[in-house]
Ligand binder design. Structure first.
Ligand code: ADP
Ligand code: MG
Length: 810
């Protein structure tokens, strides 16, 4: 079956139209825009004239002429600039896709069609307003690559492009964000955003207000990464937990008698004997005592870390630190931490130095962060199947553009085996056969472990192959770019090398001919992914720009996805195949696997929606607090609390240092008090979230109850803020003509650090706590309890205790 078979496409379109799915496939309006661009014609102009023309358009933009009206002239000039500087003249379909980006839509354009160039036209047009455009890339390497690659086209027109990457210092960051076009990952931009909301001096800010962003690999960032919370933390005054001692004690507990393990549920519970044993080992009082609650919680976490988390499977130890392994890709995840409490427990387990976790100063999930841009656009090869979600969460409409040369890729039907060993044997034979003929093969696996196992098997057969170990994006890019050479066998995990073009023959015409004659790049998937979209991404690695190519998945009924969702159980007993080495032929099996995948997709979607509901109100609160903070930071508000609350002192200080200095000090003071309260509030929300599923026992709706509680908590946070400001103001002294907030113990965070929060590895712990009998709901509850906010793994009863503590410390 050929990809994009005309019939299936037509039927799909008709269905979409009837069902009202937010996908535009009528490209006539874009063809009309294209005609206007062509009519504007800039190819006859000299370089100098081209620049003059561009400056003229810019002046018109500055004069208030809408960008929509300027688009045809501007695009004609930019297209020419691209051709003359980068040597790439945008194809018609690229120009049309750029127009869609300008409209704030998601443009679907196949892999290898040149989306990097598409972004240039829309970015340039929108940068004319002088307010800065962001292109959000999938990783740091791509940010650097694209800014450098596309830089000459911008420079030709008098614009500056720059990249922000993790290793830049503040000055370099400020310069990069000040550029007309800034290439940066969503994560890095998010961290900078959070950091900008902890600074005490406006001179330290690195970002400008957001204006327009183009999200590259939009499905990856807006869907797959969407629920990952970005966190900024600073030192905390919380009492230290004796992690090392607890880890030592936990190691001496005996499975069976002291605790019970449910591997499937990923849950460990202490028995009564275990309680007594732990008390004896730690020399502490009864652990049931509410006063011991924090200790008990820490023991629980340590026990989970000891029993359920395995080194080199869940994490690796490198350079004296714990580095997490991403559950889905099997890659070592950069700068990722487990939710509260788990990281130090694992450090202690491994005998490493336990690093303080600090207090969370700010947090925002990527889902909400990207919505901060007033105008957003996206581009990806796989938007269509995510179109509902783009519309639902981000209000983005998807436009599907055809490739500029018809796609010749052939997607072969899946080969399905009853067991994994048969699948691996068939894979090995197929890949070896390909290498003998010289046809290049790209194999996509589900994890690093699987990649390595496959590579070992292949090498034993004498097949030479390269494995992308997913450690280093730049090095991976080089390897993957060579995957189209004759005889190459490249094994990679799903995200590895995304964004890098695989050119048949790697630029050598003779090698290209050879590879093409053999059928082009052959993409083999060794697993169905949890989302069809990711499978489509993998298939799309071959057959770029009209090249020949084919794709095929090898799957077995023992694969994780198939086994975890009990697909075999769905097949009637009479048609269940016996264990066999040959592939199974029954089409029913393929249908059931496809169905399982759709169900899983639906569940993930549902989870993201639930999370959204829970996080929306927190996000509103964050926006209010940040807005208030910005006013205070920039002295945009005229403070009145202290003059009213402590008039005598206020008058004395005013005569000592002047009204402006007093007012600035009050603003600063208010900001720092607000920061502390916000941090405590975040902690409190975390506690509420942990315990909220218990509301189900009381017959209440957790979401309503959650919202009620966080509204109350927010009111509590603001209540008394003025009083506290006045109280602290009374301690303020004028020393040598200035007011020193540090002398009264108020300063910004001395050090901050940023990280992403991983899913709680003990997810099912929450499932077991949630109400039984309603698995669909409890799973979603568990998910929100674990996946969104940094959560500590504590017994719920303790929540009330901690809430009381958190209140007191406000
Ligand atoms: P995508 O991001 O859509 O997968 P890239 O931006 O990485 O694609 O570009 C893929 C390849 O297409 C690059 O090698 C690039 O040089 C080439 N390319 C892009 N646009 C053009 C064009 N207008 N003419 C010729 N080659 C192009
Ligand atoms: Mg790309």
């Amino acid at each position: 079956m050929a990809a994009g078979h005309p019939w299936s496409a037509a039927l799909r379109q008709r269905y979409r139209r009837i069902a009202g799915v937010p996908v535009v496939s009528d490209l006539r309006p874009y063809h009309r825009v294209l005609a206007r661009i062509d009519a504007a014609g800039a190819s006859g102009l000299s370089d100098g004239q081209l620049r003059e023309r561009f400056d003229e358009i810019r002046r018109e933009a500055a004069g208030g002429r809408p960008l929509d009206a300027l688009l045809p002239d501007a695009f004609a000039v930019i297209r020419e600039a691209c051709a003359r500087t980068i040597g790439l003249r945008p194809f018609d379909v690229q120009v049309m896709a750029a127009a869609a980006l300008h409209e704030g839509r998601v443009a679907q354009l196949a892999t290898g069609e040149g989306k990097t160039l598409v972004a240039v036209m829309a970015a340039t047009l929108n940068a004319m307003a002088g307010r800065g455009v962001h292109v959000l890339t999938a990783n740091d390497y791509l940010a650097g690559r694209d800014a450098a690659w596309m830089g000459p086209a911008y420079a030709f027109l008098g614009l500056r492009a720059a990249a922000v990457t993790a290793r830049l210092d503040r000055t370099a960051r400020q310069a990069a964000y000040a550029a007309d076009i800034t290439y940066v990952t969503a994560k890095e931009a998010g961290f900078d955003f959070l950091r900008d909301h902890t600074v005490v001096d406006p001179a330290e800010l690195v970002q400008r207000p957001f204006h327009y962003a183009i999200v590259d690999e939009a499905d990856f960032i807006l869907i797959d990464e969407a629920r990952v919370p970005l966190v900024i933390a600073g030192e905390s005054a919380a009492p230290p937990v004796p992690h090392q001692r607890i880890a030592a004690a936990v190691r001496r507990l005996t499975p069976g008698t002291d605790f019970r393990v449910d591997e499937h549920e990923r849950n460990v519970t202490l028995t009564d004997a275990g309680f007594r044993h732990a008390e004896a080992l730690l020399g502490c009082g009864p652990l049931h005592d509410p006063a011991q609650y924090l200790l008990l919680a820490a023991i629980h976490v340590a026990l989970h870390a000891e029993v359920l988390l395995a080194r080199d499977r869940d994490y690796i130890v490198r350079g004296g630190r714990i580095e997490l392994v991403d559950e889905f890709t099997g890659r070592v995840a950069d700068n990722r931490r487990w939710p509260h409490g788990i990281q130090p427990a694992v450090e202690a387990k491994e005998g490493l130095e336990v690093r303080p976790e600090g207090a969370v100063l700010g947090s925002i999930p990527i889902q909400h962060f990207v919505r901060l841009w007033p105008r957003l656009a996206g581009m990806t090869a796989t938007a269509e199947s995510a179109a509902d979600e783009f519309r639902g969460f981000y209000g983005l409409t998807t436009v599907v553009f055809p490739p500029h040369r018809a796609c010749r890729r052939v997607d072969e039907p899946d080969v399905i085996f009853t067991h994994r060993a048969a699948k691996m044997a068939a894979l090995g034979a197929e890949i070896a056969r390909m290498q003998r003929t010289g046809r290049p093969v790209l194999v996509g696996t589900a994890s690093v472990a699987e990649s390595e196992a496959l590579a070992r098997g292949l090498r034993a057969r004498g097949v030479k192959c390269r494995v992308l170990n997913a450690r280093h994006d730049a090095r991976e890019a080089i390897i993957i770019s060579r995957a189209g050479l004759p005889g190459a066998v490249t094994i990679s995990t799903n995200m590895a090398g995304r964004g890098t073009d695989i050119v048949l023959g790697c630029g050598d015409p003779a090698l290209r001919e050879r590879a093409a004659a053999l059928g082009g790049l052959y993409v083999i998937g060794t697993n169905r992914h949890e989302s069809r979209r990711v499978d489509e991404q993998l298939r799309g690695r071959c057959g770029r720009q009209g090249d020949p190519g084919s794709s095929r998945f090898f799957i077995s009924l023992e694969d994780d996805l198939v086994a975890r969702y009990g697909v075999t159980g769905l097949i009637p007993r009479s048609r269940r195949p016996a264990r066999q080495d040959a592939p199974v032929a029954d089409p029913l099996i393929a249908r059931e696997i496809a169905r399982a995948q759709r169900i899983i997709e639906g569940q993930h979607f549902e989870m993201r929606r639930t999370l959204w509901r829970y996080s929306a109100m927190v996000e509103e609160q964050r926006a209010l607090v940040h807005a208030r903070r910005e006013d205070l930071l920039h002295d945009r508000s005229e403070p009145d609390a202290c003059a009213a609350g402590a008039p005598g002192h206020h008058a004395a200080l005013t005569s000592a240092v002047g009204a402006a200095a007093v007012s600035r000090a009050e603003n600063r003071l208010t900001m720092l008090v607000l920061d502390r309260r916000w941090s405590s509030h975040l902690r409190l929300i975390e506690d509420i979230r942990e315990g909220i599923h218990l509301q189900r026992y009381g017959g209440r709706d957790p979401l309503t109850e959650f919202q009620r509680q966080i509204i109350q908590a927010y009111a509590d946070m603001l209540e008394g803020l003025r009083d506290e400001v006045v109280e602290r103001f009374r301690d303020l002294r004028a020393d040598g003509g200035r007011l020193d907030l540090e002398r009264i113990g108020l300063r910004g965070p001395a050090a901050t650090w940023t990280y992403l929060v991983n899913d709680n590895p003990f997810a099912s712990f929450w499932v077991s706590l949630a109400a039984p009998g309603n698995f669909g709901v409890s799973l979603a509850t568990a998910f929100l309890a674990v996946a969104y906010w940094p959560v500590s793994l504590v017994v719920a009863a303790g929540t009330f205790f901690r809430r009381a503590r958190a209140r007191r410390s406000l």
